[in-house]
Design a protein around this ligand. Structure first.
Ligand code: SF4
Ligand code: SF4
Length: 532
């Protein structure tokens, strides 16, 4: 199969020369389980404090299609529910805190007996119910991505960041699950082509996959050069197909579905064994930990506990990262929990984190040369520093995958990625503020229009009533007829009402006035003369 080298990228020392030991991380005393992604909607919580749960009990339902179900990672009792700051500090996330009881009682969904004959809609629903999201770090709900038909499924095992070996370990230990999960996803999406891609240095993982595949040819295993960031979704798709995913669009827009190997294995376990997503593999590495290990960790386990299982911090440990050394996010403390998107916990030492003195940009162009997205990092830096948000958008800041290549090569030690993260957060904040302002404006306009409409209706009702009163017949009961003329017999008094229209009433009033004028009131008699 021909490969297409993507632009830019770096050959980095991988730090993966030896296979790290694998261990199942013991259960901590408490688990902190987020109900949604940072900055995203939290799922609808189905439990309350004091409620006992088992491993696999559904804790929360997604609020919309962009969410994912959440399950209890271990048996215990719900101790508290409230907001917590996680590794991604965008915004606090509502979390369920579980006091672990140690029984590890569990509940599962009914297994799908014949997954390769099952209705794709049923399989998709199972993925949704099991709360499976992209385990490569993106965390996007798998059911949404897999719900789009595609022609080519790419299973991403090209774990390109230095030190991180979670996917490598998974492929070696669960190769059969990866192969079976890929077949399930191919059935759901209708993909006729399935490729499992991994870096060329992962020879043990490749051998395990080849053994699990046997003589079957419905999937192919392809190795890609170990050039960082070959595991980026867009870079991997380009390497394998020569196709570029249009900016701002998902890969499914060009008929390709790309899923991480761990996600694919989780799909199989959910479908065939009815297992909700309650644990994941996490690499604990870096010179700052005593015994680097790949752990199977229950979701919600605090970093502190996991690092303790890896022998604790080295004496010169200086910086804690959630993620690998290139794309990881520095953490101020280790009381944050492992989530569905935690691929690695890396601890760096004092010597690795010694701050280099930042210098002015010398316009060497190195940052643009290594950028795998063909951005112009130097211009982007200027735009973000000036807070010229229109320009940052024109320079496609959002297409930056935060790979860190530009910062890594910058001879002036400018923390370019930090600036881009700040710029993206600011753009998000501005969009959020604008959306909130638009919503408020729409509400205000709606209220004003409603009040105006009600006022107009009231005026119209009053006018209509006046009109109907003016036009309606007036019913008058006349009890005293006018005096008969001299010599005429007095008519018998009538008690029957007489109906008179308005003209008749006016005529009667006029007659009354005429009579009054003809018979003016007699002058009052003179006052008696008191002296007489
Ligand atoms: S690599 Fe650094 S110094 Fe060179 S152009 Fe880019 S920002 Fe400027
Ligand atoms: S961090 Fe962004 S701008 Fe820098 S090299 Fe990577 S994609 Fe390009």
């Amino acid at each position: 199969m021909p490969l297409y080298p993507f632009p830019g990228g770096l050959r980095l020392p991988a730090g993966k020369d030896t296979l790290p030991p694998f261990a199942v991380c013991p259960l901590p005393e408490r688990l902190i389980v987020p109900l949604g992604p940072p900055g995203g909607p939290a799922a609808f919580c189905r439990v309350a404090p004091g409620q006992p749960v088992r491993r696999g009990t559904r804790l929360a339902d997604p609020l919309d299609a962009a969410g994912a179900a959440v399950h209890a990672p271990a048996a215990g009792v719900v101790a508290a529910i409230g907001p917590r700051v996680l590794a991604d500090p965008k915004a606090p996330v509502r979390c369920v805190e579980i006091l672990v009881d140690g029984t590890d009682a569990r509940e599962t969904l009914p297994p799908v007996e014949s997954p390769f004959d099952a209705d794709p809609a049923e399989l998709l629903q199972r993925i949704r119910d099991a709360g499976i999201v992209g385990l490569g770090g993106a965390g996007f709900p798998t059911a949404i991505k897999a719900g789009t038909p595609c022609r080519h499924l790419i299973v991403n095992g090209a774990e390109c960041e230095p030190l991180v070996q979670s996917d490598d370990t998974l492929m070696r230990r669960q190769a059969a699950d990866v192969i079976a999960g890929a077949r399930v996803l191919a059935r759901i999406t209708g993909a006729s082509e399935v490729t499992i891609a991994l870096e060329d240095r992962l020879t043990a993982a490749r051998a395990a996959l080849a053994e699990a595949l046997g003589a079957n040819t419905d999937l192919r295993i392809v190795t890609v050069p170990s050039i960082y960031p070959s595991g980026g979704e867009r870079q991997l798709i380009y390497s394998l197909t020569g196709q570029e995913v249009p900016g701002g669009q998902p890969a499914t827009a060009i008929g390709i579905l790309c899923q991480n190997v761990a996600t694919v294995a989780a799909v199989w376990r959910a479908v065939r064994h009815g297992e909700p997503l309650t644990a994941r593999l996490v690499t604990v590495a870096g010179r700052g930990v005593m015994r680097p290990t790949v752990f199977e960790v229950r979701l919600g386990t605090p970093f502190e506990w996991v690092i303790t299982q890896a022998g604790g911090y080295a004496p010169d440990a200086a910086r804690l990262l959630e993620g690998g050394p290139m794309m990881g996010i520095a953490q101020p403390h280790d009381a944050i929990p492992v989530t569905k998107t935690t691929t690695a916990i890396v601890v760096q030492t004092t010597s690795e984190t010694a701050p280099a003195m930042e210098q002015p940009c010398i316009r060497c162009g190195e940052c643009a040369r290594v950028c795998p997205v063909r951005l112009m990092p130097q211009q982007l830096l200027t735009a973000v520093r000036r807070e010229d948000w229109a320009q940052t958008q024109a320079l496609a800041l959002r297409d930056c995958i935060e790979c860190g290549c530009c910062s890594h090569v910058c001879p002036s030690h400018i923390p370019l990625v930090d600036w881009y993260r700040f710029g993206k957060a600011e753009l998000d904040r501005r969009i959020d503020t604008r959306q909130r302002a638009d919503r408020s404006r729409a509400l205000f306009l709606g209220r004003t229009q409603r009040l105006e409409r009600e006022q107009a209706e009231r005026v119209a009702r009053v006018a209509a009533r006046k009109e109907s009163l003016a036009q309606a017949a007036v019913v008058v009961t006349v009890e005293t007829p006018s005096a008969p003329a001299a010599g005429e017999p007095s008519p018998a008094p009538s008690t029957a009402p007489r109906t008179m229209d308005k003209a008749a009433v006016l005529a009667a009033i006029a007659r009354g006035k005429a009579r009054k004028a003809a018979n003016p009131p007699r002058p009052a008699p003179p006052a008696p003369d008191e002296d007489a």
